[in-house]
Design a protein around this ligand. Structure first.
Ligand SMILES: CC(C)(COP(=O)(O)OP(=O)(O)OC[C@H]1O[C@@H](n2cnc3c(N)ncnc32)[C@H](O)[C@@H]1OP(=O)(O)O)[C@@H](O)C(=O)NCCC(=O)NCCS
Length: 192
């Protein structure tokens, strides 16, 4: 499937308010920002770095979604609302991820090279979540609204709060001791 088909499908699957592909293309800023990113990413990869940055900033102005041209983003992503989203240069986002407004995939300012998060397939990154550093959010994990995440999130878990702690594993509520043990095992960085 191509970019448009996959990106329209995921919106339809997850937003009961979406009525048609045309409505999604015309009224959802996320799909426009992602389409524009495909062009700026192409320019970035072909060493037209200044034009790529200018192109991405132009679309930031129009959509309020800032995606660095270097970021690696799969087709089939859903950005809902979108205002205030910032996605850094070395961030990676896999298929099936949902991002709401106010999300940051940012760096700590301390790391070099790979310094932004990797979000694996099927994750839900709720409104105003801050994912900081070269961390990994595992497959189908959920991050609660307003969380600040500085450590890896295991697959199929829900984390919430500041700093984000594990609150559910496979949708189940474990004992406080088990949650605490899992939290202690979380690494600071997947890329160690
Ligand atoms: C985290 C979330 C995705 C739910 O995931 P879930 O795996 O179904 O988790 P639950 O709803 O069962 O909540 C698990 C626990 O975390 C708590 N929790 C859920 N979201 C939280 C949040 N954002 N901050 C703090 N705690 C939160 C719940 O109260 C519950 O606590 P308990 O164990 O004491 O009962 C959801 O609550 C959330 O934050 N959604 C926001 C989505 C969004 O951004 N919407 C914007 C639309 S415009």
């Amino acid at each position: 499937m191509g970019f448009w088909k996959e990106n329209i499908e995921i919106v339809k699957e997850n937003d009961p308010a979406a009525r048609s592909g045309l409505e999604i293309i015309l009224t959802y800023p996320g799909i426009k920002a992602l389409a524009a990113h495909k062009i700026s990413h192409f320019l970035w990869q072909h060493h037209f770095k200044l034009i790529a940055r200018m192109h991405s900033q132009f679309w930031r102005f129009l959509t309020q979604i800032e995606i660095h041209p270097g970021a690696t983003i799969a087709d089939g992503i859903f950005i809902d609302h979108g205002s205030g989203i910032v996605i850094g240069e070395t961030a990676e986002i896999e298929k099936g991820v949902m991002l709401y407004h106010g999300v940051t995939l940012g760096g700590t300012g301390k790391d070099k090279g790979k310094r932004h998060p990797t979000v694996k397939s099927g994750c839900l990154i709720s409104a105003h979540t801050q994912l900081i550093g070269p961390i990994k959010v595992g497959e189908n994990a959920k991050v609660g609204a307003g969380a600040v995440v500085t450590k890896d999130v295991p697959a199929h878990t829900t984390v919430a709060g500041i700093p984000a702690k594990i609150v559910r594993v496979h949708g189940k509520n474990l004992s406080k001791e088990e949650m605490h043990k899992l939290d202690k095992e979380r690494r600071v960085s997947f890329f160690d």
